[in-house]
Ligand binder design. Structure first.
Ligand code: PGA
Length: 238
């Protein structure tokens, strides 16, 4: 795992977006797995500007939402897909049929997961990830087997509490569906994003603690092509 550290959030977001534009220009059909959450929002804003300025295009790319909450209506603003639409998808030139997302309201969730795995197929070229305070990646909570594919996950109490930040009501979901560790670890390239001092301790454990499924983010140290992008706050413990 390579670490790239920046003094400011602006420099952090700008650098990640620059590299992302490079990847898209080199491979217009780039297959990406992208997270919701607060962390990537400034990066997505930069990418929206790049598309609007004609510097890059998603016209031939493919995007998979990393995860999705259960127990929220499909149009709930807190759904991961809705967050991702608002911050990125609605403002870029990605064709609608190249945006994949998880329907956690599906009657047959196992079949929904199976279809998502089929769509993922040969896997991702680039995966962007935030880090949960307990080291979760997507909704792969501590202890998730490394061979897991898309699956339903019960959320840890800290994840349920953290999800309240995305909601305009008090009905925080207790489960979700997530792309599994297998596809994250098999992605050709993984960029782990962390910003702000509240991520400093989990960033330190990710990079310096034991490599163990008990801290899913630490498993990325075994990935051959993973970059951890931190700002000054998140990198303070390194
Ligand atoms: P955040 O969430 O980007 O909103 O901090 C990260 C996560 O819990 O995976």
């Amino acid at each position: 795992m390579q670490i790239v550290q920046f003094d400011s959030e602006i420099a952090w977001a700008h650098s990640i977006a620059d590299r992302w534009c490079e990847r898209l220009r080199a491979t217009p059909s780039l297959r990406m797995c992208l997270p919701a959450g607060h962390t990537p929002v400034p990066v997505y804003a930069e990418m929206v500007n790049a598309v609007k300025s004609g510097l890059v295009s998603f016209a031939h790319a493919e995007v998979f939402t990393l995860d999705e909450f259960g127990q929220l209506a499909p149009d709930d603003a807190g759904r991961c897909t809705q967050q991702l639409r608002r911050s990125l998808i609605d403002h870029i030139d990605l064709p609608p049929d190249r945006f994949h997302f998880l329907r956690t309201e599906a009657a047959d969730l196992a079949e929904e997961c199976r279809q998502y795995d089929l769509a993922i197929g040969r896997g991702f070229d680039l995966t962007l990830l935030g880090i949960g305070l307990n080291g979760h990646l997507g909704m792969n909570e501590p202890g998730t087997p490394v061979e897991s594919t898309t699956h339903r996950a019960e959320l840890h109490a800290s994840t349920v509490a953290a999800s309240r930040r995305y909601l305009s009501h008090t009905h925080a979901p207790t489960w979700g569906v997530t792309v599994g560790m297998k596809h994250l670890l098999e992605s050709k390239e993984v960029w782990l994003l962390a910003g702000g001092p509240n991520k400093a301790e989990i960033v330190r454990r990710t990079f310096q603690g034991a490599i163990t499924p008990a801290v899913p983010s630490s498993m990325l140290r075994q990935h051959p092509n993973c970059i951890l992008f931190v700002d000054a706050g998140a990198g303070a413990g390194l």
